[in-house]
Design a protein around this ligand. Structure first.
Ligand SMILES: [Ca+2]
Length: 526
């Protein structure tokens, strides 16, 4: 695709184009006077052109114009669907910006927020249909089946008006502790429950040659990845998860500067000093981290339940004949418990352009997707192709060729699923050979989600030009820099932490706290 103009210029084109298009639509309606209204349904199925991302799913990247799953969903929903898949990640962003600029918008569009930077200003310019009244009138399933408070998210609504319908992630929180059950068994130890239990296990792993390669020093109790990616363990135990903000003395303050954070850093310093975590934790790339775990360097690590039979399938381990894995809960710490802050569960957002005619028909389609009638197709695909029915029981095997070729099941459970990521639906999980482990892991992950005051907080304007101040352990942040120096013993905790807090506040943190507090008070109407 040829690059035309920078985004800001395109924006003007977008607005004039969109307004023009909206005007045209109105004129046409006036001329023909034969637009099918909600009570006067046209007999032809409604054409619905959907624009979305293939999200790197192999089947979606290849799906043709007369795809059998799209045909089946059209048939079941009484529509005539056309899915147009754009690229993934940065490609998607770029392609979407161009589409918005061209004002050639289809009936239904996947975006990340009604305020997305892919279409900056579009909401304010009236490019999207207001959906609240249509949902009230035509979408009982959306109202009943989606979490009640999701509609307040600024990704979906502004000033009390709804412009977006959410597609949901598979789970609200998905993080668990993975532990080598075969190592625990070999050591005659129970699964750790308290912080002390974890430390005893880490000490045993340090003392012994657990992977049996003759070197007693190449395995670690807890295995950590670069930028603490998927490794934010032993923080919430001290009420100091680095990604969240909490109201403290009337101000919404990030945990990274809270006094409790010092206790968490001291704990991590101890883990490093004693050799309970891998000394290369700050440079351990994602691929090396995964490979290290599968080579038997890790006594425990944290990751998503959904990776249980993917990255951590036992047959991928070097020691596959001996490996046994368990998914367990994090311990109760002196000040808290939890692995992952609760999320808004919004995977992406559906918007309907204002120029789309009879938008209630699109809302009805999304409502159909949330109906019980749609469930069997969205879970198991097409009858006698992806599943069979015997005596009222559905027989479905993800490894059967119709499902496994190009991971076709991802296509109906995820890629074209208007609900979002359906792959962890209970009915699907129950068909898995690992059903018991997965269900237990999902329960643990749900329980390991913890509440916080920054739920639904939008990205702060004051941090847009200060990536180094963004709370969390991202690469290049002042927090990670200080954390690494203290954990590896290059600097003392107290002076390093105090210096970091002062610097963070001075460089823009104070302004961020003010903005966050204002947001909190407005959002919660204080
Ligand atoms: Ca060893």
């Amino acid at each position: 695709m040829k690059q035309r103009k920078p985004q800001k210029l395109l924006f003007t084109v977008l607005l004039s184009g969109a307004l023009l298009a909206a005007g045209c639509a109105k004129e046409e309606t006036g001329k023909t006077g034969a637009e099918p209204g909600p009570s006067q349904q046209s007999k032809e199925p409604r054409n619905i052109h959907v624009l979305l991302s293939h999200a790197n799913a192999p089947y979606a990247m290849k799906a043709g114009a007369d795809d059998p799953y799209v045909k089946e969903m059209s048939k079941l929903s009484g529509t005539n669907l056309k899915f147009e898949f754009l690229g993934h990640g940065g490609d998607f962003t770029k392609q979407m910006s161009i589409r918005f600029a061209s004002a050639e918008l289809p009936d239904l569009i996947r975006t990340d927020s009604i305020q997305s930077s892919m279409h900056k200003g579009a909401l304010e310019q009236g490019v999207f249909t207001e959906l609240g009244p249509l949902i009230d009138k035509y979408a009982p399933n959306l109202k009943n089946k989606l979490p009640k408070d999701i509609w307040q998210s600024p990704k979906l609504s502004k000033d009390g008006k709804i412009y977006g319908i959410p597609a949901l992630t598979a789970m609200n929180t998905n993080r668990v502790v993975y532990i080598r059950q075969d190592w625990l068994d070999k050591l005659g130890m129970q699964q750790p429950k308290t912080l002390d239990d974890y430390l005893k296990y880490f000490e045993a792993v340090k003392q012994q040659d657990m992977n049996g390669n003759g070197d007693a020093n190449d395995e670690y109790g807890f295995y950590v990845r670069e930028n603490l990616d998927h490794s934010l363990f032993f923080f919430q135990e001290f009420n100091a998860h680095p990604e969240v903000w909490q109201m403290r003395n009337g101000q919404l303050t990030p945990n990274i500067i809270a006094p409790e954070m010092k206790e968490a850093i001291a704990f991590w310093r101890m883990l490093y000093e004693k050799g309970y975590i891998n000394p290369n934790l700050f440079t351990n790339k994602s691929a090396d981290w995964g490979a290290g775990i599968r080579q038997g360097k890790a006594g425990s690590w944290t990751h998503a339940v959904t990776n249980y039979n993917l990255d951590w399938a036992v047959d991928k381990f070097a020691d596959k004949d001996k490996v046994k894995l368990s998914m367990i809960a994090p311990p109760e710490g002196p000040k808290g418990k939890g692995l992952m802050p609760v999320t808004d569960q919004i995977y992406f957002v559906w918007v309907i352009p204002a120029k789309t005619k009879n938008p209630e028909e699109i809302v009805k389609f999304l409502d159909w997707a949330w109906s019980d009638k749609a469930e069997t197709f969205l879970d198991f695909g097409i009858k006698d192709k992806n599943y069979t029915e015997q005596g009222g029981q559905i027989q479905w095997d993800p490894n059967a060729p119709a499902n496994s070729a190009d991971s076709a099941y991802n296509f109906y459970q995820l890629s074209i699923n208007p609900r979002g990521d359906g792959r962890m639906e209970t009915k699907i999980v129950e068909k898995s050979p690992d059903a018991a482990a997965l269900k237990s892991g999902m329960k643990i992950a749900a329980d390991a989600g913890f509440k916080h005051d920054s739920l639904h907080m939008p990205q702060l304007e004051s941090l847009n030009t200060h990536p180094e101040l963004v709370p969390g352990t991202g690469s290049g942040t002042l927090f990670l820099e200080m954390f690494a120096k203290v954990v590896t013993g290059k600097e003392e905790l107290d002076p390093a932490f105090d210096k970091f807090v002062a610097e963070w506040k001075k460089r823009g943190g104070d302004a961020a706290i003010k903005e966050a507090t204002n947001w909190y008070n407005t959002f919660h109407k204080k």
